[in-house]
Design a protein around this ligand. Structure first.
Ligand SMILES: C[S@@+](CC[C@H](N)C(=O)[O-])C[C@H]1O[C@@H](n2cnc3c(N)ncnc32)[C@H](O)[C@@H]1O
Length: 254
């Protein structure tokens, strides 16, 4: 995630290449989707344990934002069936998947890396909610319309080429019930680079994102009303890294 630091602009049409630390390569070697997925999958397979240790020992606003989502969904104790949440890029399942299950939600948790899913299976245990894991690329998922009350993705969507992110947001809108909520962490850059590769925890990683303004337009076009959209800084290996946190509501049926 270090690659997303230091980029501050928000002009959709800017021609500038955003500054990236270290050995980042803009619009790099990984030219197509299959290569991106292979790279990200292999790297998370290699760093899964390291990422788990690092992410659980570094402060992050994950649970703060998750609370904003959960308090807007139907209460699990009153729901029959229980409210359903889709999690994209669940990683090792902590803290988010485990927290949602402990609060009584029915979670469908997806990840590209089988190593991450294995770690998550060990960590997400007990009820009163439940979890079903789906291994694979989030772009290969398919659900009937109106399946979920909430869809969330922490620090995962920026590993998908941004053209696919647009398609994904459209699909998510379809998978959500009217009045359902989307909670996502995106990259906070000026969006002038289509994608770039750099080192993360010792392995090559791929990142891609639009500007905040462009995400706002995409969300509006796909029928979302933004409830919160803010850039938050996090400390990563002594560096300040910026992420765009978005909570948005799918429009109610008139
Ligand atoms: C930075 S980790 C975040 C994990 C977890 N959400 C968290 O908050 O710690 C990114 C996760 O997204 C997963 N991921 C990346 N690309 C993906 C894709 N195309 N489909 C599904 N998962 C993906 C990775 O395997 C990894 O587990």
């Amino acid at each position: 995630m270090a690659a997303l630091s230091n980029n501050t602009g928000s002009d959709l049409d800017a021609n500038r290449i955003p500054p990236t630390p270290g050995s980042a390569t803009n619009d790099s070697k990984v030219a197509n989707s299959a290569n991106v997925k292979a790279l990200v999958k292999s790297s998370y397979g290699d760093i899964a344990e390291r990422y788990l240790e690092w992410s659980t020992s570094n402060p992050s606003p994950r649970l703060e934002y998750l609370q904003y989502l959960l308090e807007r969904l139907p209460a699990p104790e009153q729901g029959n069936p229980k409210p359903r949440i889709l999690e994209l890029g669940c990683g090792a399942g902590v803290p988010a998947t485990q927290h949602m299950v402990s609060k009584g939600f029915e979670v469908t948790a997806n990840d590209l890396s089988s190593t991450q899913i294995q770690l998550a299976r060990k960590r997400v245990t007990g009820g009163p909610g439940s979890v079903e894991f789906i291994h694979g690329d989030m772009m290969e998922l398919d659900f009937p319309g109106g399946t979920f009350n909430g869809v969330m993705a922490f620090y995962s969507i920026f590993h998908v080429p941004r053209g696919e992110q647009e398609v994904l947001i459209r699909r998510i809108s379809g998978w959500l019930k009217a009045g359902g909520y989307l909670l996502i962490t995106l990259g906070a850059t000026d969006g002038s680079s289509e994608g770039f590769q750099c080192e993360f925890l010792g392995e090559d990683m791929y990142y891609s994102c639009y500007s905040e303004k462009a995400y706002g337009k995409i969300l509006a076009r796909e029928g979302f009303e933004v409830s919160r959209m803010e850039v938050r800084e996090e400390e990563e290996h002594g560096e300040s890294v910026r992420f765009l946190w978005v909570l948005a509501k799918k429009e109610e049926i008139a």
